[in-house]
Design a protein around this ligand. Structure first.
Ligand code: FES
Length: 216
């Protein structure tokens, strides 16, 4: 099974949204994938399709250091190899039963899609911390125009929401939609963070309806 390492660094999720022993669906340019964290805290990325009968692995569950399929319980290690087939407990699964995997990096509270052959590290955002993620039903370009901010690199926007400087990490999703990971100033008060969060929802409404509703 080939590796799915084909895309450059792309923000996938906020670290706090993926605690140990959980799995979540992730869309990447290569297609749907399952992002999961083992009980021990190791991050892994697997194609979101069980090699057995195609069930989405993001619907599965994490036990220990393995991801198990919800349908018949086949479990896979972090390298994608099948570890166990419950219907045949005495069988050692053939090495040919594998799920494709990808590389991920975690830095500053953000999980990034990485490439095994690319030593690039995720960008650093000193003075900012992750606040929340939001799905937008519009492209990154529309969000950028609506925010009126400036580009700070591929998929990275700087702007102002509710009077606070913010950074938006933008990941293109399927069918022209976007997933935004919002970073706020590390020294923002709780009230300021709430205001930024609400302004981000206003930004989303404005971007999706094509209005110029003020968010800054
Ligand atoms: S479809 Fe995954 S174990 Fe059967």
């Amino acid at each position: 099974m080939p590796s799915t390492d084909a895309a450059p660094l792309t923000p996938l999720a906020l670290s706090e949204d993926l605690p140990p022993a959980t799995v979540m669906p992730i869309w990447t340019p290569e297609g749907p994938m399952a992002l999961w964290r083992s009980v021990g805290g190791t991050l892994s990325l697997a194609a979101d399709r069980c090699p057995h009968r195609g069930m989405r692995l993001s619907h599965g569950f994490v036990r220990g250091e393995a991801l198990s399929c919800i349908y018949h319980g086949w479990s896979y290690d972090q390298g994608g190899r099948c570890l166990r087939i419950p219907a045949h407990p005495d069988l050692e699964p053939p090495a040919s039963i594998r799920v494709a995997t990808g590389s991920v990096l975690e830095a500053g509270g953000v999980i990034w899609r990485a490439r095994a052959d690319d030593p690039s590290l995720p960008p650093d955002f000193p003075g900012f911390v992750p606040l929340r993620s939001l799905s937008f039903a519009v492209s990154r370009d529309v969000i950028s125009r609506t925010l009126g901010g400036e580009s700070a690199g591929p998929g990275i926007l700087k702007g102002t929401l509710a009077g606070s400087a913010v950074i938006l990490l933008c990941a293109e999703q399927a069918e022209g939609t976007s997933l935004i990971h919002l970073l706020a100033p590390a020294d923002a008060t709780l009230d300021q963070r709430i205001a930024v969060s609400r302004a981000a929802e206003t930004l989303r409404r404005a971007a999706e309806t094509g209005t110029t509703e003020a968010a800054a």
